[in-house]
Write a protein that binds this ligand. Sequence first.
Ligand SMILES: Cc1ncc(COP(=O)(O)O)c(C=O)c1O
Length: 392
Amino acid sequence: MTRVDFYRHQLGEDEAREWRKVLDTTFLTLGPQVGTFERELGAYLIRGRESAEAPRVVGTSSCSMGLLLALRAHDVGPGDEIITTPMTFAATANAILHLGAAPVFVDVEPDTGLIDPNAVRAAIGPKTKGLMPVHLYGQLADMRALRALADRHHLFIVEDSAHGIEIERDGIRPGELGDAAVFSFYATKNLTCGDGGAIATKHAHIADRLVRLRNHGVSKSAADRHGGQYQHWDLIELGYKANLTDLDASLLRVQLSKSEAKREQREQIARYYEAHLLEAVPALSSLSGCGVPGLIARRGRSSHHLFTLHAPLGQRDALLSHLGEHGIGTAVNYRAIHLLTYLQERLHLSRGTFPIAEEIGDRTISIPMFPTLEHSEADRVVDVVASGWNGR
Ligand SMILES: Cc1ncc(COP(=O)(O)O)c(C=O)c1O
């Protein structure tokens, strides 16, 4: 049986070479590689726009910690409400809860799974302090609509951009309209160092605070303290240990230089899947009662982090098993998180509150997606989906 993995990372000799060079340096952790990667990612985010000012980028140990730091940098705390989406990974809501604030979920758009700006508008209240959209699967949420709402109600926006740095929609990129955008370099992400993250912000005062918050809240990093003459440092506020390391940054720098080419490969695979799946399973082109299509609608330039399809209601888990039995790697991104035990109990939410996110959560399957996926492998995935779907 030919196995098709859900994900295969792309790190090879180029990355290993740069990583080995860092081993010859003194500072394996927060040092010059991190600083260079931060500047390069900032430049990448404004690529092709000569007159634009690059955002400041702050490397973190993960996107989860980056989300938390970005909220802290906006002084989120007890009594505050942050509006977000239940169609995401638990980390999005956890960051809010860790600071003693309350996540206020709203439903998503049926055709994309992205947070619905109309639902956001309806949920804004006196305690709302900020918005946390998620650029699900690698498509930008409707940032123009969300920025207009945020401006009207004096809210900040922290974008959960775990699913990509390559995203663009209506000429808008992560971190451009939001006050901060947070990226993930977790093991399965488009850029990876196993675990890592970064925050991009156009506000210098937020960036300065993030630099301190990721490093315990102290006034100087270890590299600053020991680079030349010893300098005393002070503890300015209560921070976290949540920095990126030089070893990891060296891996990310090499991948960043290849990211446009890799995104193009993902785009080709997405198009191949779309065409062949629709041919093999024509039912994928129909809409369900809630208006959820078999394949998500395209919005702008996707990072194509994940390729998802929506099985018929009640048949998702059987299709997952069928794919697993035939050696096809799968994931579920995501079961709507307001129904996960802890969040359901803590926030007193029940099934039926967000019908669209719940339907997507009950139907969604992610199939293998990575730049080197061969056509023969994609064909096999499509064949197995079709045989499972049609009950063969
Ligand atoms: C939407 C979303 N947000 C946040 C995270 C957390 O990222 P990390 O694992 O880098 O902390 C993930 C990771 O899978 C994610 O998919």
